[in-house]
Design a protein around this ligand. Structure first.
Ligand SMILES: [Mn+2]
Length: 494
């Protein structure tokens, strides 16, 4: 009888009896156990002991130890019972009913534990006499079959313990009780919590309720600066990820350059960049790219990207991907036709010379602000050289004029966030392990009647990502072409 049945029905009937079913069952359970990739389910991404590709549990532990150490050191002379850090992760946010934005984890939280699920909270408590100077507790969304049916698996508290290697894990619903008990048994603690920018309103209300109404802490401190001090110096594993992120973006830029031609829509170049980054395994673009043809390049944050780029126009693209949580940030400017005009080439080479000089200054002898001032002087001199600024201008007048041609800074720190570690001053000397952008530009609006006609409506920026070392700076984005010859030959190779 079985012989006459359709094959699928026969298979279904026999399924419980075959070994195949039993072999596959445990694998299915494993796959559904975690809310993020782990070595067991994604061996192509992670090795044993890694929380994030390339970043081990031990590295995450070291980061937490270093953070708590900083707090203990700051309070060395002051009598306090202990320190508690409350670091909430991001919550899901919605575009419209039931439609979420792509989730992006809060980066301090991610830096300290690598846990990817929305609505989680990390707590660190300093602990005297403990080898690792603290205990770490992660509060995570509870496992919930109904929700998981729609949104995919959650790790739950047991899975989160396996994924991250923190000391203990609880359901997020236990947080308020935990805070209540903590404040009851720990008089005179220091509360490290970012009060002015709550990333999770429910958690914020719980903290207010347990700690703030009748303040039970000795002092309230913002942990952001301490986290950022750690984050500003990249570890070897982070440098590898940043390098990979930079390589992906550089290769994608080459494909976008080859793809561009007169009459192309800016949106097509945006789409091409997105595609070429994702196909190389970047998760997402790190920010909405600027794809600006012609005079639109003079709008620094132009992201409409919906215009046609005409023959003889330059296109300025500022774009970069995010790879396992690490951003790259590149700008290139190229002629959509594949050939620079004489004026474009003159101005482009001026910006390139300035950029190459600024990259050489990315050493421990200088701060980003000093490099910025050097950029302004260099812009002034280059514009005098081309004849766009009066050669008689004295240095302060020259700097002032240069500022009108470049209204932005030359650099920012780069890392998990594009504008990374914003609380680290740009006036401190660079340190080995920092990664910074170098991005001078010259922008000439088409309304500028003080320059010859052929220079009007040109905006040029060249941006690379640079690793500071104890000797020479290393350009992580050096795979992205930037000389006139390299760009023209890449575009001719189509
Ligand atoms: Mn940038």
């Amino acid at each position: 009888m079985l012989k006459n049945m359709p094959r699928l029905t026969r298979l279904l009937l026999r399924l419980p009896k075959t070994n195949n079913y039993n072999i596959h069952q445990p694998k299915i359970l494993v796959c559904r156990h975690f809310g993020q990739p782990v070595a067991l389910t994604h061996p192509h991404l992670l090795n044993d002991g890694e929380v994030t590709p390339g970043i081990t549990k031990l590295e995450y532990l070291t980061r937490r130890v270093n953070l708590v150490d900083k707090a203990i050191n700051l309070y060395k002379q002051v009598q306090v019972s202990n320190h508690i850090f409350i670091i909430p992760g991001a919550v899901k946010s919605y575009m419209t009913n039931d439609i979420p934005y792509p989730f992006h984890q809060q980066t301090d939280f991610l830096y300290l534990c690598g846990f990817q699920e929305p609505g989680s909270v990390l707590i660190l408590e300093s602990a005297k006499g403990k080898a690792n100077n603290h205990t770490s507790t992660l509060f995570v969304p509870e496992k919930n079959p109904d929700k998981e049916l729609w949104d995919g698996p959650r790790s739950g508290k047991d899975g989160a313990l396996t994924v991250t290697g923190v000391d203990s894990t609880h359901n997020i619903s236990d947080l308020e009780k935990y805070l209540y008990d903590f404040s009851k048994f720990n008089p005179g603690f220091v509360l490290w919590y970012r009060f002015d920018k709550p990333s999770n309103v429910t958690v914020h209300n719980a903290i207010c309720h347990e700690f703030m109404i009748e303040p039970k802490y000795r002092s309230l401190e913002d942990p952001t600066r301490l986290c950022q001090q750690l984050r500003s110096i990249k570890s070897p594993a982070e440098i590898d990820l940043m390098h990979k992120s930079a390589e992906i973006s550089s290769e994608a830029f080459i494909d976008v350059m080859k793809f561009s031609k007169p009459g192309v829509n800016e949106s097509a170049l945006y789409a091409k960049m997105d595609f070429e980054c994702r196909i190389r395994e970047a998760e997402i673009l790190a920010y909405p790219p600027v794809v600006a043809g012609g005079n639109r390049a003079n709008i620094i944050h132009y992201i409409n990207n919906d215009q046609i780029i005409n023959d003889e126009e330059l296109v300025l693209m500022d774009a970069g991907c995010e790879y396992h949580g690490y951003a790259s940030d590149i700008t290139r400017t190229w002629p959509v036709s594949g050939k620079f005009t004489l004026a474009q080439k003159q101005l482009y080479n001026a910006v390139l010379n300035i950029q190459l000089s600024c990259i050489q200054l990315c050493t421990v002898q200088f701060s980003l602000d000093q490099i910025y001032h050097a950029m302004l002087t260099l812009i002034g001199v280059q514009l005098q050289h081309i004849g766009l600024l009066d050669s008689q201008l004295k240095s302060t007048q020259l700097m002032k004029a240069a500022k009108e041609y470049c209204p932005h800074h030359v650099s920012h720190y780069l890392g998990m966030d594009v504008h990374d570690t914003g609380e680290i001053s740009r006036s401190i000397n660079l340190q080995p392990g920092m990664i910074v952008t170098v991005e001078p530009g010259i922008y000439i609006n088409k309304k500028n009647k003080t320059v010859p006609y052929e220079f009007r409506g040109i905006g040029i920026r060249i941006e690379d990502d640079v690793l500071v070392t104890d000797s020479k700076p290393i350009v992580l984005t050096d795979g992205c072409p930037k000389t006139v010859d390299d760009i023209e030959s890449i575009m001719a190779s189509n």
